[in-house]
Design a protein around this ligand. Structure first.
Ligand SMILES: NC(=O)c1ccc[n+]([C@@H]2O[C@H](COP(=O)([O-])OP(=O)(O)OC[C@H]3O[C@@H](n4cnc5c(N)ncnc54)[C@H](O)[C@@H]3O)[C@@H](O)[C@H]2O)c1
Ligand SMILES: O=C(O)[C@H](O)[C@H](O)COP(=O)(O)O
Length: 384
């Protein structure tokens, strides 16, 4: 079996070498000629999987994308050729949730404000939106979920309309797939009118797809409204963000919100499981076999370390930065995004961060209540 895999997908050798020969390719520039003799194709979000790529291939047995989003894959075309396809829903949800939470903590600390006093609107309450809400709620922040599709499906959580979120939330975090048609289409969901209608001092975070916000309108509105705070991990026209937008953005990163080692490992692992299922192969590996130990295995906290206390926001941020310091990616982004291949190079060379779960917090003295420990656990840390 010939397996063609994106060169930036970790753990492919560990998981797939038992199935055959592996060839690594540059996923953004994969050609029909390179893909023509693949039995298995393993891609990331940067490879367009469609008729143009695959019509010369008559032997393809499986396409796997180690991503949550599927907008780069023509699933109808694969169906028409009976080629099984699988993505990796939820694989990097925790990574995105922690990224959004850390970015909010960072902004709050930078502005001398308390995140706990904010109301956060989450647009799209699926895997990544729910993971963001989980961190915020563990910290005691009020969350407003907006997801008309889940609401219509009978999800029992409390939902709010987008208009309510725009009117009431201090922070808005976007977690929708990119869709171009239908009642709930998300392409330019945040157009000039919605951007201009944001409450004074709103923070807007986009960790889903760049085109959910009209980036040209964002430049126009951002230039008129210095009160807005922006966190962008995704950009219209990737890998070439619009240059004028970057200085208006408070935290800017190159589509790496989902790049935790855990998320990456889970993504590749889910495709391995699917291929095992398709080929009647026994699953013999586990995700934890793949992950190296974290360089800080345990961190001790004293009795004053009530992470839930808003007065300790900076301490919580310090702790979160041990797992992931978003400022490093922001600095690199500003230096490199405009260079030739800068955006892709930053993603390729990204030092995959760890999730909170890699860090064990040791509460060395008994707390007055066990709430801070429970909150730390809810945030995702291991607690002893
Ligand atoms: N930045 C990154 O690294 C990164 C990582 C993972 C995912 N993503 C992107 O984020 C998207 C969301 O990921 P997910 O795992 O949460 O997906 P998901 O499918 O679990 O959840 C998306 C939710 O959005 C809702 N939705 C759709 N249209 C909506 C609308 N108009 N208004 C409100 N809600 C709407 C859906 O009902 C669904 O519940 C992915 O499709 C992907 O494009 C980006
Ligand atoms: O859809 C997703 O899962 C994310 O956008 C994913 O993290 C993108 O990363 P890539 O596949 O480009 O490495």
């Amino acid at each position: 079996m010939k397996i063609i895999a994106d060169e930036n997908m970790p753990y492919v050798v560990e998981l797939f070498n038992e199935f055959g020969d592996i060839e690594f390719v540059d996923g953004r520039h994969l050609t029909p000629e390179q893909a023509q003799d693949a039995d298995v194709l393993l891609v990331r979000s940067i490879t367009k999987v469609n008729a143009a790529l695959l019509e010369q291939n008559q032997q393809l047995k499986f396409v796997g994308s180690a991503t949550i989003g599927t907008d780069h894959v023509d699933i109808d075309y694969l169906d028409s050729r009976n080629i099984p396809f699988s993505n990796a829903p939820g694989c990097n949800a925790t990574a995105v949730g922690e990224y959004a939470f850390i970015a909010m903590l960072e902004l709050a600390t930078r502005c001398g404000e308390s995140l706990k006093d904010k109301v956060v609107g989450i647009v799209g309450a699926g895997n990544t939106g729910s993971a963001t809400a989980k961190c915020l709620e563990a910290y005691g922040v009020k969350v407003m979920l907006c997801d008309p599709i889940k609401q219509q499906e009978g999800d029992e959580r409390a939902f709010y309309s987008l208009e309510q979120v725009l009117a009431e939330a201090d922070v808005i975090s976007l977690h929708v797939p990119i869709t171009k048609d239908g009642e709930h289409k998300t392409w330019f969901l945040f157009d000039e009118a919605r951007l201009a209608a944001l409450k004074p001092n709103t923070w807007l975070l986009n960790c889903c797809r760049g085109e959910v916000i009209d980036n040209n309108a964002l430049i126009k509105v951002g230039q008129q409204r210095s009160d807005l705070k922006l966190v962008l991990d995704v950009w219209q026209g990737e890998p070439n963000p619009i240059t004028e937008l970057v200085p208006l953005v408070d935290i800017a990163t190159p589509h790496i919100a989902g790049y935790s080692l855990e998320g990456k490992a889970k993504g590749t692992f889910m495709l391995y499981e699917k291929l095992c299922q398709l080929t009647n192969t026994k699953v013999t590996k586990t995700v934890s076999d793949l992950l190296p130990p974290f360089h800080i295995s345990e961190f001790s906290l004293s009795v004053n370390a009530d992470l839930l206390d808003g007065a300790n926001q900076a301490k919580l941020l310090g702790l979160a930065r041990m797992a992931y310091d978003v400022r490093d990616d922001d600095v690199k982004f500003r230096q490199r995004f405009a260079q030739l291949n800068g955006f892709d190079q930053m993603r390729k060379q990204h030092k995959h961060r760890r999730e909170f779960s890699a860090l064990t917090l040791n509460f060395v003295q008994a707390q007055l209540s066990n709430e801070p420990m429970l909150a730390a656990e809810q945030l995702g840390f291991k607690v002893t």
